[in-house]
Write a protein that binds this ligand. Sequence first.
Ligand code: PMP
Length: 464
Amino acid sequence: MAGVDRDRLARLLDAETARFVTAHPQAGKAFERARGSQLSGVPMNWMTRWPGSYPVVVAAAAGSRLTDVDGHGYVDFCLGDTGAMAGHCPAPTVAAVTAQAASAITTMLPSADAPAVSELLRDRFGLPLWQFTLTATDANRFVLRLAREITGRPKVLVFDHCYHGTVDETAVTLDDQGGVVARPGSLGPQVDPARTTRVVQFNDLAALEHELAHGDVACVLAEPALTNIGIVLPDEGFHASLRALCDEHGTLLVIDETHTICAGPGGYTAAHGLRPDFLTIGKPIAGGIPIGAYGMTADVAAKVLEHDIPRLTDVNGIGGTLAANPVSFAAARATLAEVLTPAAFDRMISLAERFEAGTAGAFADIGLGWQTVRLGCRVEYMSPVRDTGTAAGTAAGWRAARTGAEASAAFDEQLDAYLHLALLNRGVLMTPFHMMALMSPATTEADVDAHTTALRDALDALAG
Ligand code: PMP
């Protein structure tokens, strides 16, 4: 975007890359070794996308901090992309997991903690009945199946540039003509996703109404705000209209709170009074021990149970042998009851406000018009969108994206790579893929200020 000297940016990126390699010899050796037995030298494909020539190798993680095998410390605002939102290794979770692992690990039977966890979720999110999985991906996959089953409709609707895990129906986007196509780079799509999915831009209620009017959509699957293409917030009134349109067209509404739990103890749903038919979640609710969950209303549950129960209880599309295991429940009970408490959220949200103010000030001071967007205890900074002044009555100028397509088009890959790597080299870890930061109960004001200082330093170098 205007104001960035691209040659300078390219030179700075090279310099930060060289600095990374010099400072991380042990991680380099580990990477060389891993190349002998792991595809691309990483145990999980996403890890190639961390900034630097290879990933840092973690020695230990505690609270808001990581240390690596090269002896560097980091303030961690990635927090395992929300898996460690409770802070790394919170004491109540560690104690519960340690005790549980010594008594029963997996049994395919309920443990005594199981009802306590579904009650905690019920009380937070307002949905009465729950089921458990190992991941948020599975929670979403199973809810899509149930929604199709009880409505008898074949399709689902998602918002462009959504991410709900590796769910086949959601690996879609819109092409330039507005057609539904597989997301670029989508690996081996099982069928043409236009057969399974309708796609509209976030905040586009007219398109939503048009697509639902086909009468073939079992459910809308939505994050309350997009969080995987930067943060894209809903317009005022968007959620009320979404609910009303779903009701009008006989479509169920599934709200995925896996990331938007950052809005408060009961996620965006409780904070803003949403009324989903299903709610899905995973990642942080067991402090990083694998768990996923989906809740449903009493009406939906009654419809599910009208369907053939033997089919629900066999190998017919909903499963997972290790799901609902005693360790997941022990971890979730401790994390929800003692770590991710309402008081912790109050603190985390006020830290995010401090983070937002520090970041916005740093960008303003060098005259880069990046937008800072906050959702509860999560903050994103991202390239702005040029507004002609026609959308939603806004004045002409730069603004935050209102759709996934806008956020994607504004994304500045080189600048994003530079900022990630410059911050990492200055001891601050941001979520990879875009500039997102999450506060945990262990995060401190000093951690937030360390980010502001590192960001100012990286931006000063860019300004020259
Ligand atoms: N839903 C949302 C909103 C997500 O962001 C993600 C992962 N980033 C998932 C679901 C899937 O989570 P998992 O990979 O743990 O299954």
